[in-house]
Design a protein around this ligand. Sequence first.
Ligand SMILES: *Cc1c(COP(=O)(O)O)cnc(C)c1O
Length: 484
Amino acid sequence: MKSEIKKLEKQARKLEPSAENRRKLLEQAMQYGEDFLDDLSDKPAYVASESMGKGVYDLPIDDEPKDIDTLLQLLDSEVDRPGLNPASGKHLGYIPGGGVYPSSIADYLAAITNRYTGVFFSSPGAVRIENKCIQWMCDLIGYPEGAAGNLTSGGSIANLIGLVVARDNKKIKAKDFHRAVIYTTRQVHHCVVKAIKFAGLAEATIREIPMDDRFRMKTDVLQDQINKDKNKGLIPLVIFASAGTTDIGAVDPLDDIGDIAERHNIWFHVDAAYGGFFMLTDHGKKVMKGIEKSDSLTIDPHKGLFLPYGSGAVLVKDGQKLYDSQHMTANYLQDTLKATEESSPADLSPELSKHFRGLRMWLPLQLFGVQPFRAALEEKLLLARYCYEKIQKIDGIEVGPEPELSVLFFRYLPESGDPNEFNKKLVDSLHKDGRVFLSSTHINGNIYLRIAVLNFRTHLDDVDLMLSLLKEKIRELHKADSIS
Ligand SMILES: *Cc1c(COP(=O)(O)O)cnc(C)c1O
């Protein structure tokens, strides 16, 4: 048996490269990263390639070791070329973020040391780092002591956790789920509707409260609706407000909603996945006044804090309620109960083993300090306003409301023909060009183009380039139309 074990050991040891090989791997990977960043400003924000990365399938996963050059080449041609480039400052679609550099170092270190951040007992320091990040965000929002939270993979899971805590806190039974009512607007992120399903609440009533002309929840209607629902014997469960809708950046009147929620004893969740970090700015604090009245909140560091993807957070004002909803013990975890000075992420989320997410947030915040983040967010707010002013000066452009945060929408109204057709062509031609990336949406049956300024690499030059490309594409489409 020993000789068999030794034989296997020899093969298994290949999983631990020598120091020299590690250095080689790292050097090549680092060179790849450097080349990527060096060329970033010249690279397109979007590439509509024919193959769409199909070359990935040509390389089998089998017993054959491949060399790192081959793999990095594949990464370059098949992964980092086709599609959207979220690292680019010219990415002005959806909700950008970017991915600040120190997070990559943090991920590297977290993967090497592989600290187990599920429970405090196993990695007290790492859990404290995560709790420190959570506490910092709770302070930013204005939550009192006793608040808690969890670093999630993103806003979708954060919204799900918030909803489940609301459900559990109400102590309603499954037999009553069909009487539960969830209040929101049509602008709410679709992941909330998914969360409602995952939380077993598919039978609950979703009330889409009408919005004002700036797409914000009408609180007088909300108030009336709650009264009506109560009279009908229904159970008002949760109000899901948005602090920056993804589509158009609208912020619901959080202050008023907070009062209504309190008066009626309804859980108040704010989805601030996109807008939350604007609380670092004076403007953001003004627009999101009353956010601290919420019971729970979603905020995405991979958006407004510019971290790489995989970083969301849920915060709950009364941390005990988060714990009561999410914790569970198991026989084999009994040793972990020896150290309970700090709450463990596993007690505050559905996850157990997880990536040490806190390090990729903590390291850049510590290395840079908070100030450059605040400046970048203020810059984004101004760039969005700059866009809004400039774009209106283009003949034929119709704009939506002034951006509340950093998202705006517009469309081109051609002198003749279907505006929807024209704007579809306009966004297609921008995508085909690829130098900048805008996305489109439809509101009340009309197609609009959106500009979302949130990548930390987006600066004045990028916005100017976008504006000139927009004019160019409109001109080209006109020309094509008049020829055909
Ligand atoms: C992005 C976003 C979400 C979803 O978050 P993910 O991190 O993509 O899972 C939810 N709500 C809002 C308002 C968002 O902008």
